[in-house]
Ligand binder design. Structure first.
Ligand code: C2E
Ligand code: CA
Ligand code: CA
Ligand code: CA
Length: 270
């Protein structure tokens, strides 16, 4: 039938993607992009690292290849490369004095499986020490989805990281398995408001209300709040007037490769 033919093609292309992913990981065929985060005065306060993969000449969506890497048990290896390469870039930027004064964090996405891996903490510490990075410059972005696992275990892993000086942020907040009562018991620093809420701020009262609520919740827990996916000046204004002072999105910059990111950090020096 048409349906099973379609399924077969899907399975086939997924299998070949996973196959190529294996090779790409061996060959270190990935790169990193950096998306600036800014405060209400337009000062750069940090950046998020986003993994990129050019496959047969075309970029593959990270949503797709990260999911494939998770499914194929390759995410720990890929995630470890992301950690190491992020530290390497951060070390270079520090050595060359390219980080602006208020640069607080490089945020790195961590998949649940990677986060829960028994070697994660040691690997992370190994990489920052190898590149002489202060842990306070590193923010680990996790999603609420992590809490389908043993909550106590997740909590103790977060505590261990924070105790060592790392920052932990809750990414895509409000889209997943929200555990509000639990949030207050976690020593995280940052809430990231998901793009899906931000993009509808100016045309959906419901989404605007959710954003207000997240901002208030964040303030009441003394958390930093970063809005992601800010594309328009109206969105920025709404967020700012409701108490969110940190932004990330196309309005300011798309994710940039290292060279373009350095230019962004040093606009005068070209
Ligand atoms: P995310 O962590 O929520 O990352 C934000 C996504 O929003 C990125 O998509 C970014 O390019 C995009 N974005 C930022 N500003 C805007 C905007 O103003 N408008 C729009 N339309 N999009 C914006 P990207 O790079 O495609 O990554 C997708 C997802 O893949 C990420 O979502 C994250 O969940 C995952 N991902 C990317 N890199 C890594 C990684 O190194 N490790 C892990 N575990 N996941 C990663
Ligand atoms: Ca993220
Ligand atoms: Ca996000
Ligand atoms: Ca997202």
């Amino acid at each position: 039938s048409l349906y099973s033919e379609h399924m077969q093609r899907e399975t086939q292309s997924k299998l070949s993607l996973i196959n190529d992913l294996h090779d790409a990981i061996k060959a270190r065929a990935f790169s990193l992009a950096f998306q600036p985060q800014l405060d209400h005065l337009g000062r750069i306060i940090g950046a998020e690292v986003l993994c990129r993969w050019q496959h047969r000449g075309k970029p593959v969506s990270p949503d797709l290849f990260i999911a494939a890497a998770e499914e194929a048990n390759l995410i720990v290896e890929l995630g470890d490369w992301v950690l190491s390469a992020s530290c390497q870039t951060l070390a270079r930027l520090r050595q060359q004095h390219l980080l602006p004064q208020g640069f607080e964090r490089l945020a790195i996405n961590i998949s649940p499986v990677q986060f829960l891996n028994a070697n994660f903490f040691d690997q992370l510490v190994f990489h920052i020490e190898a590149f002489d990075i202060p842990p306070g410059l590193v923010e680990l972005e996790i999603t609420e989805g992590i809490f389908v696992n043993d909550k106590q275990l997740v909590k103790s892993l977060i505590q261990r990281l924070v105790h060592h000086g790392f920052n932990v942020s809750m990414d895509d907040f409000g889209t997943g398995y929200s555990s509000l009562s639990y949030l207050q018991s976690l020593p995280i620093q940052t809430l990231k408001i998901d793009r899906s809420f931000v993009s509808n701020i100016n045309n959906s009262a419901a989404d605007a209300n959710i954003v207000d609520y997240i901002i208030q919740l964040g303030h009441s827990l003394y958390l930093d709040i970063v809005a992601e996916g800010v594309e328009t000046e109206q969105q920025r204004e709404y967020l700012l007037s409701h108490g969110c002072t940190k932004f990330q999105g196309y309005l300011f910059s798309k994710p940039l490769d290292e060279t373009a990111f350095i230019e962004y950090l040093t606009p005068d020096s070209s």
